[in-house]
Design a binder for this molecule. Structure first.
Ligand code: 5AD
Ligand code: SF4
Length: 446
């Protein structure tokens, strides 16, 4: 009888893509996926270490799995991903209920690790690799709509931002063979997918030699867009220090490359950016945004912000607020600084902004961003956008939901189109999170 695998995924989109690789590898080794933990033989938790609260959430879930294992002693529990890499054997020492620990570069070894665990031994592989990209693995897609999928193009990170645990848990940067990326994208398109998001911790530093050519990220993006004009292409995440005019030009020249850039600034203060080891300052970042506005006037912009980083003063905080106001982000993810063991900041700087000040500053940037997000949606009222339909809206089967090129969610009364269709929608109203509109018939592109 095939064994049943239950997998839960925390953290970023890379982790979602990695879980798809894990399901594929174990699927080839006799495991079928179940979405019911109760009847699983193997429970895997793909974990995140980016902030302490991400790890706390995983500990909470582990308590539940352990309880389950006490009642079903035959069930194996594995911790995989970033927390597995960070804590290694410690996870087995602190927790005798955990059977398997596997870091992000050891997923090909999972069938062996799981066999060892069935034989009653604790199994660990946390080796990081300089080459592994899982290029030849055909991920088992976990998206629910069959329209939009992630495609991992590189792994690891060489940037060494002082606050960040990623280089330690995901290892050095390496780029995936471009031909395997293009093949995967074509395969997705032939199965009905109409959108791919090229994923990496820092996609702009993608680089591969192919025969005699050097393939940059801009070139890879162009090649992906050329697979079919009906395919939308997105990418994430970009580092401001590497976002080139060449890339912006490629985006401008290709209608099917979505006009949205996620460009995490982290702080508006050059002094803090220097302490964060971001390798750009406020002026450089503003210059890049000016370039985006010049080449791509319709482009939307989102960001990540960390508040309360070591030594951050009220003046630094005000500079973050003023930069946000200037950039007019359409969307942002905002976090309190969380010290991560062994990072540059943990070793060299004091986490000296009191918790209540971090909370107050975070609330201030959230409040500002809420206003900016609403402003950004209001600007779309009366305009018409091409929307890629993803399915019914969450609230009603009479309404369809999809996204604009700018990555804004649009809900509109069904005009009979289906997931994967492009529909022109005129925006008539908005909420804080969603645009509302009406399909302009009969312009349905199947
Ligand atoms: N504390 C808080 N936020 C962090 N991020 C990364 N490391 C930390 C940390 N130690 C945020 C950054 C990054 C996003 C993925 O998570 O804003 O862009
Ligand atoms: Fe979390 Fe970073 Fe790992 Fe993604 S790469 S799961 S954000 S620690």
């Amino acid at each position: 009888m095939p064994r049943k695998l239950y997998i839960e995924t925390y953290g970023c989109q890379m982790n979602v893509a990695d879980s798809e690789v894990v399901v594929s590898i174990l699927g080839d080794n006799g495991y079928t996926l179940t979405d019911n933990m109760e009847n699983a033989d193997l429970i895997l938790v793909n974990t995140c270490s980016i902030r302490d609260n991400a790890e706390q959430r995983v500990w909470g879930r582990l308590d539940l799995f352990k309880h389950h294992k006490r009642e079903n002693p035959g069930t194996m529990i594995g911790i995989i991903g970033c927390m597995a890499e960070r804590l290694k054997e410690q996870l087995l020492e602190t927790d005798r209920m955990v059977d398997i620990v596997a870091g992000p570069d050891s997923y090909r070894d999972l069938p062996r690790l799981v066999d060892e665990a069935w034989e009653g031994q604790k199994a660990v592989n946390v080796l990081l690799s300089r080459e592994e990209t899982y290029a030849d693995i055909d991920p088992v897609r976990s998206d629910r709509n069959g329209v939009s999928s992630f495609v991992s193009i590189m792994r690891g990170c060489n940037n060494m931002c002082s606050y960040c645990v990623v280089p330690y848990v995901r290892g050095a940067e390496r780029s995936r063979d471009p031909q395997t990326i293009i093949n995967e994208v074509k395969e997705l398109f032939s199965r009905g997918y109409r959108e791919v998001t090229l994923l990496g911790q820092n996609v702009n530093s993608y680089s591969r030699e192919d025969k005699d050519n050097k393939i940059s990220f801009a070139r890879l993006l162009e090649m992906t867009a050329a697979t079919d004009p009906e395919l939308r292409v997105r990418f994430s995440t970009s580092h401001p220090k590497d976002i080139s005019d060449e890339l912006l030009k490629v985006m401008a020249e290709n209608d099917n490359i979505c006009k949205h850039i996620h460009l995490p600034v982290q702080s508006g203060s050059s002094r803090i950016l220097d302490l964060m080891n971001r390798k750009y300052d406020r002026e450089w970042y503003m210059d890049r945004i000016r370039a985006i506005r010049k080449f791509l006037p319709s482009c939307s912009l989102s960001s990540d912000m960390i508040t309360g980083f070591c030594t951050e003063t009220e003046d630094d905080h005000r500079q973050t607020l003023s930069l946000m106001n200037w950039a007019k982000y359409d969307f942002a993810y905002m976090f309190k600084y969380s010290e991560r063991p062994d990072t540059l900041a943990a070793r060299k700087l004091e986490d000296d902004v009191p918790e209540e000040i971090k909370t107050r500053r975070l609330n201030e940037i959230i409040e500002l961003q809420n206003r900016l997000s609403l402003e950004s949606k209001r600007k779309d009222l009366g305009k018409t956008f091409e929307v890629l339909v993803e399915g019914f809206s969450k609230k009603s089967k009479n309404d369809l939901s999809g996204r604009t090129s700018q990555n804004k969610v649009v809900v509109f009364p069904s005009n009979g189109s289906k997931a994967g269709d492009y529909v022109k929608v005129k925006i008539t109203d908005c909420t804080a999170a969603t645009l509302l509109g009406e399909a302009i018939c009969p312009d349905i592109r199947h």
